[in-house]
Design a protein around this ligand. Structure first.
Ligand SMILES: O=C(O)CCC(=O)C(=O)O
Ligand SMILES: [Fe+2]
Length: 307
């Protein structure tokens, strides 16, 4: 069969490196992307189709990632968190604790972040090349969730804003990125998150018609319980009122950022951090990228580097 001339070598994308000794494509020896997560599980890379869909839409749904046994444990923890938080130690009253902790660096999440967020030079055996910021538990009954479109136009945002999206042929970078775990099923008109596909790259301001929830500019997903949705925060998106009386929306909203960027004023509970494997802890390291340009080792820093 003839090989398509459009096939790209997914293993070696163009990764720009502007170090004084190496202007241009990052050298093979500097390319390090985690192949396993903190629990030693092999990372699941995105398929070419998933990469293409995320880059063009600004969002991607991967259905049915978690199995029923995992879901049951996670749902029970979420209900406890919502209804009886005092039954948990203070450092576990967060959607990054208990059975939800392993979602932070789930092999599918690491696969996604390796492609769209990780800084190759700053990834290693015991640390990831991207950071984690904020986690929310959304428990929505009928009527909860407010339609309120926001964001878009990620191409010319300045560094520091974090809601950025950069793309060159063969490689894209998605600054602040949301990772939504749907722990209950989401049907067509239930009220999953809405997106304006492609708006992360939009050059024009959004038309007033996006303030109509039924505008054809809006897209969404339906999915079984245990699915994960990634979206660039630069993509215009909105909540909308939940409409399914049979099951509430039960979703974990986690967020990731580039290794040298920080958007949110948020810290994980320190006692929880102390109990995590070192590689998972690296998701919460301070935002810094010094090792990218100096040859210093990346350190999984939590102590304050005084002086
Ligand atoms: O509630 C939702 O469905 C969307 C939440 C949102 O705006 C976000 O994750 O940035
Ligand atoms: Fe948002």
């Amino acid at each position: 069969m003839a090989k398509s001339t459009f096939t790209t070598d997914g293993a070696a994308p163009f990764v720009f490196d502007d170090n004084w000794d190496n202007f241009g494509n990052l050298r093979p020896q500097s390319r390090r992307l985690s192949a396993t997560n903190a629990d030693g599980m092999p990372v699941v890379p995105l398929t070419e189709e998933q990469k293409f869909a995320f880059d063009t839409q600004g969002w991607l749904c991967i259905p049915g990632v978690l199995d029923e046994a995992e879901l049951e444990e996670m749902r029970a923890f979420c209900y406890r968190l919502k209804e009886r938080p005092e039954s948990l130690p203070v450092h576990k009253r967060t959607p990054i604790a208990g059975p939800l902790e392993k979602l932070l660096d789930h092999p599918v999440v690491v696969g996604f972040c390796n492609e769209f967020l990780a800084y190759h030079r700053l990834d290693g055996d015991d640390h990831y090349g991207f950071r984690f910021e904020t986690s929310f538990l959304f428990y929505r009954g009928v009527g909860q969730g407010k339609f309120s479109p926001h964001n878009g136009n990620g191409v010319w945002r300045l560094p520091g804003n974090s809601h950025e999206y950069r793309a060159i042929p063969g490689k894209a970078y998605s600054g602040l990125t949301r990772c939504v775990w749907e722990l209950n099923p989401v049907h067509e008109r239930d009220g999953g998150t809405l997106f304006v596909s492609g708006s992360h790259k939009a050059a024009y301001t959004l038309p007033p018609s996006i303030y109509d929830q039924d505008s054809p500019l809006w897209s969404t997903y339906s999915c079984p319980a245990g699915s994960v949705i990634f979206f660039s925060e630069a993509t215009t998106h909105s909540a909308r009122p939940w409409a399914n009386a049979e099951v509430p929306r039960l979703a974990i909203f986690n967020q990731y950022n580039g290794i040298g960027s920080r958007f949110h004023w948020w810290e994980p509970p320190l006692d929880l951090l102390d109990a995590m494997p070192r590689k998972r802890r690296s998701l919460f390291r301070h935002a810094y990228g010094e090792a990218a340009n100096t040859g210093l080792d990346t350190r999984n820093l939590f102590e304050r580097a005084l002086g």
